[in-house]
Ligand binder design. Structure first.
Ligand code: TNX
Length: 506
């Protein structure tokens, strides 16, 4: 740790919408109390939870508390997640139209305090000061996220909690959890025990001779959802279909296109030819899985994959050709859209919205929110066609690519380099798009596919500091972003990441 600094500048990440440094400071000490207005109880609890380990401050509630936490629906200009913060020498006033705004303001308070407040053990001898300031802060996009692929390499639930904490610290509000893929199934589903017994275990990876396995319990996942909600984060689960399904097919071959074939949980990377069948049994299975998924994850959106689905097995199978003909489709390839649209309709009947990966305008029906991964033009095509869009173009948001060409970089997804500046330069809704198209962009998110990393520290190494840049892209308006200004702030922010113990090596 660097020497304690009693008066950090603002140097906030992401950059607030409006801010001014005012002379003076507010000191938090054992006497400081919180004045907690109606609707602000959860924010007060979070503030205490976050500050207690390092500061030991009790921050009790009191009617004359000098830190005011208030929800005021009249402040509608702050939207769902914005906040106003005034730090004076005598009082701190944090206000928002909705409780979620207060949670963002609390992360700002943490960044304004000396970075030692972020340590996970008592830090004696630090004066806990806030620089006086006036801040009004409203996010640009409602979807500011990160995808964590726990299918290729399972991660302990403790890391998921920590990752949520790191997202919240950067005012990101979505954890997209990629729970199933060819190489592993991580979600228990009642009535389908082999999904975790068989589907969560891979015998080896690329011939390394080392088994890899892991799955979550329902309680662990509901606990994660609650932990995230306390921090203003929605966990959006992803169940892949009809491709990227090999682990499920290893568990239940009858869900595929040839029930007599024995399949292993895939031990290689890339696009797997084996897919779910386009029959009622596979659809019924997917609905079952999604019912369980919905009962764990209350998110409005559920991700149902849809990417990289070879149709060769359907083309080679008489039942699939007959099904396509009976549905009046031009051929078995069109069964992909049919399958996905059946699933989207099922989710809609439960009041949920399906998200699908799209690389082109795609065959996903109008119910889908499109997660566009190829490039911005394809995202625009989807938005032009009327889809809500989450922009995830790989050259800007895939943090599993290396961040520099240096030979010292640890293993990463090969083929592309995504630098900090590449991420920062990304514009999710360019100003030359028609306003209606741009308005369909819900936001953006980072991707941490996990073929090439397997440990939490490696994930953190890949995520930071590029995720700081993505957080600012998602939060701040284009006219407020400047890479030199960002990197200057990042120098101070690095002290915060160090205090949080963010891994700088794998
Ligand atoms: C493609 S892009 C995938 C993933 C891989 C990633 C990196 C997309 C929706 N699917 O299955 O992990 O590339 O190789």
């Amino acid at each position: 740790m660097p020497a304690p600094r009693t008066s950090p500048g603002l140097n906030l990440v992401p950059r607030p919408t409006q801010f001014a440094r005012i002379q003076g400071e507010f000191v938090l000490d054992g006497e400081t109390a919180l004045r907690v207005g109606p609707g602000a109880e959860a924010a007060a609890a979070l503030l205490r939870t976050l500050l207690r380990p390092a500061t030991g401050l009790p921050l009790p509630a009191a009617p004359d508390g000098r830190i005011v936490l208030a929800v005021d629906p009249a402040l509608s200009g702050l939207g769902e997640e914005g906040y106003g913060l005034t730090v004076g020498t005598d009082a701190v006033m944090l206000r928002a139209a909705r409780p979620a705004g207060l949670l963002n303001g609390i992360q700002t308070l943490r960044q304004l305090l000396p970075p030692e407040c972020l340590l996970n053990a008592p830090v004696p001898g630090v004066r806990w000061t806030l620089p006086c300031a006036q801040i009004t802060d409203v996010p640009r996009f409602p979807w500011r996220g990160a995808m964590l692929d726990v299918a290729r390499h399972f991660q302990p639930v403790s890391f998921l909690h920590r990752f949520v904490d790191l997202l919240a610290f950067h005012k990101l509000n979505v954890l997209h959890l990629h729970l199933t893929d060819d190489q592993g199934w991580r979600l228990p589903v009642p009535g389908w025990p082999r999904l975790t017994e068989v589907g969560s275990v891979r015998s080896e990876t690329l011939g390394d001779g080392t088994p890899h396995s892991g799955s979550y319990t329902r309680d662990e996942l509901t606990g994660l959802v609650a932990h995230a909600a306390e921090r203003g984060i929605t966990v959006v689960p992803e169940i892949e279909m009809p491709g990227h399904a090999r682990a499920a097919l290893a568990a239940y071959p009858a869900l595929g296109n040839d029930p007599t074939r024995h399949l292993d949980v895939w031990t290689r990377w890339g696009v797997c030819e084996t897919t779910f069948g386009v029959h009622e049994d596979a659809l019924a299975f997917c609905r079952d899985v999604l019912r369980e998924t919905m009962s764990i994850f209350p998110s409005r959106h559920l991700h149902v994959g849809g990417d990289e689905c070879p149709t060769a097995e359907w083309e080679a199978t008489p039942y699939a050709r007959e099904r396509a003909a009976a549905l009046g489709l031009p051929g078995p390839q069109a069964l992909h859209g049919w399958f996905m649209n059946e699933i989207a309709a099922f989710l809609a009947s439960h009041g949920r919205t399906a998200i699908g990966w799209t690389s082109t305008g795609s065959d996903l029906g109008p119910r889908f929110t499109s997660m566009s991964w190829l490039d911005a033009d394809h995202g625009r095509t989807a938005a032009d066609a009327g889809h809500d869009v989450i922009m995830a173009p790989h050259r800007s948001t895939y943090l599993d690519y290396a961040q520099s060409p240096a030979p010292t970089e640890p293993p990463a997804q090969p083929g592309v380099i995504v630098t900090l500046e590449d991420v920062y330069a990304f514009e999710p809704a360019p100003s030359d798009w028609p306003p209606e198209t741009a308005s369909r962009v819900l936001g953006t998110q980072a991707q941490l596919w996990s073929e090439y990393w397997s440990t939490p520290s490696h994930a953190e190494y890949l995520a930071f500091p590029r995720l700081c840049a993505l957080a600012e892209v998602a939060w701040a308006a284009p006219g407020q972003r400047s890479f030199p200004d960002f990197t200057r702030r990042l120098a101070s922010h690095g002290d915060r990441l160090d205090a949080l113990g963010v891994a700088r090596t794998v």
